[in-house]
Design a protein around this ligand. Structure first.
Ligand SMILES: O=C(O)CCC(=O)C(=O)O
Ligand SMILES: [Fe+2]
Length: 293
């Protein structure tokens, strides 16, 4: 059947229904030409000097540029895209209170690249988390067209429901073919891979992934976008990156230089002078105990 496509005015529920069935869907034509040009301009200076990958997984002809929240103003808008955030919230919040930015990377697959091994991104957490807990909502923003020839991401629709050891038949593998400016959404539980590139052009995608707030992020956001850069950004983006708490006592910090007790066990927003700590108070004293599993 192929990966299903929706228009950019798609309803969140339609997206979630397809994710439940296939674990992958494409939203066509979301970005403007100006946005695409901005992203290319933001990323090009870093792409030039970036080395290709060093193994079969990262690809010997593939370049990856990370720290996109620090480096690319336009990618910040992608991370904050309202439709994607609504989908992330509804998809991930049954599996934890709150979600966060998990990973940012511009992945440029060069001509001659071979196919990446099919995998489930949830493998980054080492297989400890039961499949019934969804741990990732992934987006791939097409900066160039994605074609079967130039390495469009491969997807095995429905494989989020398969036994771990089941391998797909060739005809069960689909391609996220889409025009530049479209976004492919897939989940952390579905089999997928970067495609092989038999064309003579690059395939460029911006990957922005989200995960529940209680999990360790794949890309360390505090080092990739340190406070001196984060302080210049939108507070909502900072909060999404993890400069916020994920629960009453989850993710607080203490300023090691503070001798006045002002930033003791504080929420990260406080270093930027923000006051928004939605976990400031326990709703009821018993709640912490009640919520432990
Ligand atoms: O480049 C792609 O299309 C997929 C990359 C990927 O899935 C990964 O590196 O985890
Ligand atoms: Fe992947």
């Amino acid at each position: 059947m192929g990966i299903r496509h929706l228009n950019s005015d798609a309803y969140v529920n339609e997206i979630l229904e397809i994710l439940e069935e296939d674990a992958g869907v494409i939203i066509d034509n979301v970005l403007t030409k100006d946005q695409l040009n901005n992203i290319t301009q933001d990323i090009d200076p870093f792409l030039g000097n970036t080395r290709v990958g060093k193994d079969e997984f990262t690809g010997f002809k593939t370049k990856r540029v990370g720290a996109l929240m620090a480096r690319s103003p336009e990618c910040r808008n992608l991370a904050l895209n309202p439709l994607i955030n609504e989908v992330s919230k509804l998809f991930l919040e049954p599996h934890g209170e709150g979600y966060q930015l998990h990973f940012t990377s511009a992945i440029n697959i060069g001509p001659g690249e071979t196919q990446q091994i099919l995998h489930r991104d949830r493998g980054v957490w080492g297989g400890y988390i039961p499949r019934k807990i969804e741990t990732q909502l992934s987006t791939v923003w097409a900066i160039t067209d994605f074609t079967k020839e130039n390495g469009a991401t491969q997807l095995v629709p429905g494989s989020h429901k398969w036994d771990k050891n089941r391998e797909p038949l060739d005809e069960e593998i689909d391609y996220a073919e889409m025009k530049a400016g479209s976004v492919f959404i897939y989940t952390g539980s579905v089999m997928h891979a970067g495609g092989n590139n038999i064309s003579n052009e690059n395939r460029m995608g911006v990957f922005i992934h989200y995960a529940p707030s209680w999990l360790r992020q794949q890309e360390n956001q505090y080092l990739s976008c340190p406070p001196e850069i984060a302080k210049t950004l939108d507070p909502d983006l900072r909060s999404l990156m993890g400069y916020s708490k994920g629960g009453y006592v989850l993710g607080f910090f203490t300023d090691p230089y503070d001798k006045e007790g002002k930033l003791e066990s504080a929420s990260p927003e406080k270093i930027f002078g923000d006051s928004a700590d939605k976990y400031e108070n326990l709703t009821t004293p018993d709640k912490l105990v009640e919520e432990s599993s």
